[in-house]
Ligand binder design. Sequence first.
Ligand code: UDX
Length: 434
Amino acid sequence: MNVSVIGAGYVGLVAACCLANSGHNVICIENNREKCLMLINGHVPFFEKGLEALLARGLENGKLNFYSNISYAKYSEVIMVAVGTPSQPDGRVDLSQIFRVMSEISEMISTPVTLIMKSTVPPGLGLQLQQRFLNGNSHLISYVSNPEFLREGRAVKDWYDPERIVAGTEIPGTIEILRKLYNDIGAPLCIMDISSAEMVKYASNAFLATKISFINEIANLCELVGADIEPVARAVGMDSRIGSHFLQAGLGYGGSCFPKDTKGLDFISTLNGHTFNLLKAVIEVNARQRVVAIRKLSRMLGTLCGKRIAVLGLSFKPGTDDIRESPSLDIIRMLVDEGAEVSAFDPMARLPQHRGIPQGFIMCTDVLDALESCHGAVVITEWREFVELDWEKAHSLMIPPRVVLDGRNCLDPLKLSALGYVYAGMGRMSGKLC
Ligand code: UDX
């Protein structure tokens, strides 16, 4: 099929590379010329396992082409919209890129096309977009909401092996187009109306975020009553009605989706006259986990003022260089505000200067350099580099009291205690503070 993907961000680029790899002729439109040029030269602007190889293959066999002008999408059979819908400070979803692209598409189309909405948009928007931009063109443009559930770090795998494909449309014929487009993907197709498909995306992310905040609350309570979150979460998750995934207690969720979509859904609820109390609590608990970590460190060290702390991990999870909404950003700011000196290390992620990171913060290129002369360390991301670190050597470089706050419960408490560290996890019995 001849497919255009609008936007070479995280979702758009994965979609474009995977569709080209499946044999479709793909045009990817990226209006940032610098980024577009980078892609033409085979460079992926962010790290995603396996993506650079797919990009190289698509460029080489001519199945994948990049342009910055949307007019190249004019004669495609399918146009997939994958532009950003970032969060505003009040939680509102910024739809300006969607409106711009929809207006450009409706003006240029002169042959029948299926428009697939991949961007996450508030439930109800698709119907509005149809009315506002497509009504004059409805004989030419068939609209389908087709949200994505790609996880960073395993997006290519998730593309080819999703648990379901959600399709919301009012035009039955578009389903056949989707089947043709995804003919090498064996997942069940869930067909529904447009607004319901839009809701599936928000509901899925909000539910997963709820599981995380729930287990973090149980972890906090475990510490107070002298229980241990690890066996608790394991046994709770063995109930198949609950499931074992997303019960890992720690510093809470970050990334490009959960924070944006939970706040977005809360805003949409309020806008529609509904107070989504449960979701508000999920968001609040997640923000509070970062403060819980600072409070723990402070209690373990007596004071943070004048202490040197190593921050291990910047990315919001391992396997990615993405630092969006990562707990690391808030924790570094709070540590510096409390008067601590901070040295940080991440195997992949870097902090751009414009992120508003304060003075008194040093970025190191080696984990042991980051730990040298530190009174304490906080593990933000469960990178293998930290789990497998030579903690004995680190001990000789750090200075008393050698506190380790394991924000992801990924280290061995007994091993660290035996080496002479003062260890605390999140809700772990050995991390209980008296
Ligand atoms: C998520 C969804 O999983 C995906 O379906 C959607 O399309 C985009 O958002 P992603 O942001 O890549 O994907 O991250 P994910 O692996 O889901 O983790 C999100 C955050 O939750 C991370 O910060 C992770 O550390 C945290 N998390 C996850 C926990 O704190 N505990 C858990 O048990 C699981």
